[in-house]
Design a protein around this ligand. Structure first.
Ligand SMILES: Nc1ncnc2c1ncn2[C@@H]1O[C@H](COP(=O)(O)OP(=O)(O)OP(=O)(O)O)[C@@H](O)[C@H]1O
Ligand SMILES: [Mg+2]
Length: 255
């Protein structure tokens, strides 16, 4: 039995990939976790998790050239499915195959985290949100970021995907965040899971190609992600037939 989370936001660069791996490692303390780089056009999990040499990746799986198992790597106590970064790989990949990928992994996982693309402009971009049971919305503590996040929530609810919670990232002003989080909780369906501070450790981890919780577990940012995980109650077993649930997901028609 499994729950699938999409880690999503409106704009790019809010910290989705950093947050996906950090939450994944925090969840892996008690759960069997698989992280999938579903940002197949601008993949970057490979850069955050020391997998730049990995071959095959999700691109080959989505092209029908490799099995999911071959593109699944044991890293940092999780299973990680990275995606390649070449334009050719993206062109060959059939995004709708992500349903089968999630269905296959779901048969033998407790938690799946989908690192999601920014924006909602294409079928590829929205698919993780459509497939997920719930989204974790990553927000920077600004009004434009909240307003983008609300669009993501609106999209998710249209497809029956719930909101697991909000993660504020790159927070610099503790006083301001209380006010903005209070506002956000009036409009979002999920609670604030944590406020992650602007952090040299997060930047250094990225440079070292390691997830934050592996690189600097004692940092304040890492502690915030562990706190976020404490507030994230995994709801396994939402449906008896997981394969059917993901394979039958309707992919919206849009350009
Ligand atoms: N709390 C933080 N403090 C400082 N830097 C951070 C923090 N979180 C993320 N970053 C840095 O910000 C950059 C963007 O983060 P990340 O790649 O996680 O964002 P993203 O939302 O996945 O971006 P994209 O939309 O491009 O996929 C990275 O260089 C990362 O190291
Ligand atoms: Mg990213």
């Amino acid at each position: 039995m499994v729950e699938v989370f999409a880690v999503a936001s409106g704009k790019g660069g809010t910290g989705k990939t950093t947050s996906t791996l950090a939450l994944g490692m925090a969840l892996a303390r008690e759960h069997d976790v698989t992280v999938i780089d579903a940002d197949t056009g601008m993949a970057n999990i490979l850069f955050h998790a020391g997998l730049t040499e990995a071959e095959p990746t999700l691109h080959e799986v989505l092209a029908g050239d490799a099995a999911v198992e071959a593109a699944t790597y044991d890293r940092f106590g999780m299973r990680v499915v990275p995606c390649g970064t070449s334009l050719a790989g993206f062109r060959e990949a059939d995004p709708s195959r992500l349903r089968e990928v999630v269905a296959t992994i779901a048969a033998d996982a407790e938690v799946i985290l989908l690192d999601s693309p920014a924006a909602l402009g294409s079928r590829t971009a929205v698919l993780p949100i459509v497939l997920a049971d719930r989204i974790v919305v990553v927000l920077q503590p600004t009004v434009p970021s909240l307003s983008d996040g609300l669009k993501v929530q609106e999209y998710a609810t249209t497809y029956g995907t719930g909101v697991a919670g909000l993660l504020f990232n790159r927070v610099t002003d503790d006083a301001a965040i209380d006010e903005i989080a209070g506002k956000a909780e009036r409009y979002f369906e999920g609670e604030t899971l944590a406020s992650v501070p602007e952090s040299d450790a997060a930047r250094a981890a990225r440079r070292a190609s390691e997830p934050l919780l592996a690189h600097t577990p004692e940092s304040a940012a890492a502690a915030a992600y562990r706190q976020a995980e404490d507030g994230l109650e995994v709801r396994e077993g939402l449906s008896a037939d997981v394969a059917e649930r993901f394979q039958s997901a309707v992919i919206p028609e849009q350009s």
